[in-house]
Design a protein around this ligand. Structure first.
Ligand SMILES: NC(=O)c1ccc[n+]([C@@H]2O[C@H](COP(=O)([O-])OP(=O)(O)OC[C@H]3O[C@@H](n4cnc5c(N)ncnc54)[C@H](O)[C@@H]3O)[C@@H](O)[C@H]2O)c1
Length: 261
C-alpha cells in the first residue's frame, strides 16, 4: 500500500505572525496542503493582504504579549474555522543587537514578552480548545540563537531557549491528551526581519554563508515545510522535539569558515 502524500486536508490552523516572513509563507503552504487557515498579527495591513492572497481568514489584529488579545484571537480563529487542530507560533521580534551595557531594558523585555510570553499564551489558549477534543499539534518557532551564545543578543537567545523548554514541558504535559508540541529552530532565513538586520549592517551575509555547511541562507518555504511535516500525519510519534532548519549551522563546531576549518 503506497504511503499517502503529506496532507493537511480538513485541518484547521492558526498562524501567528502571519502577516510577514516565515508566518506568511507557512500560512500559504499549509493552505496549499489543504488546511483552512486563520492568521493573526499585530499589524492590520499585511494581515489582510496575505489573507486575501492565499484565501485565509484575517483575524482582528492583536498583540501576542497581551493575554486578553491572545484569548480573543484564538477564540476568533476557532469560531471562524469551526474548531482548531494546528497552531504555528511565528510572531516574533529580533534583538536590537547593541552592546549589552548599552541595551534598553524596555526593548529587552519586549523581546522576551513577544517571543516567550506570547508563544506560551497562544499555546495555553489553544490547549483549552484542543484538550477537550483530545487532539492537536502545535509548532513553536525557536532559533539557533536559543542554542549557541550570540554576542549582543541576550534577550533574543534567552527567549528562544525558553521557547524550546516551554515546547518540551508542554509536550510532556499534554502528550497523554493527544496533543503534540514541537519546535522548529531556523538558522538565518531571508525574511523582512533578516533583511532589516542586513540593511542596518547588524549582520554580514557573506560571513554567515561561510559559517553555514550548506553555504547559504535559508528560505521561509524551507521552515514552513519542516513545520508542515511536524504537524502532519507523517509525524504521529514526534513530540517535544526541536527540529533545526539551519543548513547545518548548529552542527558546525570548527574554527572560522566551514571550508577552511
Ligand atoms: N528570519 C530568521 O532568520 C529567523 C531565524 C530564527 C527564528 N526566526 C523566528 O521566526 C519567526 C518569524 O520571523 P520572521 O523572520 O518571519 O520575521 P518577520 O518580522 O518577517 O515576521 C514576524 C511577524 O510577527 C509579527 N509580530 C511581532 N510582534 C508581534 C506581537 N507582539 N503580536 C503579534 N504579532 C507580532 C510582526 O508584525 C510580523 O508580521 C520569529 O519568531 C523569529 O524570531 C526567524
Amino acid at each position: 500500500m503506497p504511503l499517502p502524500p503529506i496532507s493537511l486536508a480538513g485541518k484547521r490552523a492558526l498562524v501567528t505572525g502571519g502577516a510577514s516572513g516565515i508566518g506568511a509563507v507557512t500560512a500559504r503552504i499549509w493552505r496549499e496542503l489543504g488546511a483552512s487557515v486563520a492568521i493573526a498579527d499585530i499589524t492590520a495591513d499585511g494581515l489582510s493582504r496575505v489573507a486575501g492572497d492565499i484565501g485565509a481568514t484575517a483575524l482582528t489584529p492583536g498583540d501576542v504579549r497581551v493575554e486578553t488579545d491572545v484569548d480573543r484571537m484564538v477564540d476568533e480563529a476557532a469560531a471562524a474555522l469551526g474548531g482548531l487542530d494546528l497552531v504555528f507560533n511565528s510572531a516574533g521580534l529580533a534583538d536590537a543587537i547593541t552592546a549589552t551595557v548599552d541595551q534598553d531594558i524596555d526593548r529587552w523585555q519586549r523581546v522576551l514578552d513577544t517571543n516567550l510570553r506570547g508563544t506560551y499564551l497562544v499555546c495555553r489558549a489553544a490547549a483549552r480548545i484542543m484538550l477537550p477534543q483530545r487532539s492537536g499539534a502545535i509548532v513553536n518557532v525557536a532559533s539557533v540563537n536559543g542554542t549557541g551564545g550570540f554576542p549582543r543578543r541576550t534577550a533574543y537567545g534567552a527567549s528562544k531557549a525558553g521557547v524550546m523548554l516551554v515546547t518540551r514541558a508542554l509536550a510532556c504535559e499534554w502528550g497523554g491528551s493527544g496533543i503534540r508540541v514541537n519546535a522548529v529552530a531556523p538558522g538565518y532565513i531571508r525574511t523582512p526581519m533578516v533583511d532589516q538586520l542586513i540593511a542596518d549592517k547588524k549582520i554580514d551575509v557573506k560571513r554567515i554563508e561561510d559559517r553555514t555547511p550548506l553555504g547559504r541562507l535559508g528560505a521561509p518555504e524551507e521552515v514552513a515545510q519542516a513545520a508542515a511535516f511536524l504537524v502532519s500525519d507523517w509525524a504521529p510519534y514526534i513530540t517535544g522535539t526541536v527540529l533545526y532548519v539551519d543548513g547545518g549551522w548548529t552542527a558546525f563546531g570548527g574554527a572560522g569558515d566551514v571550508a577552511t576549518a
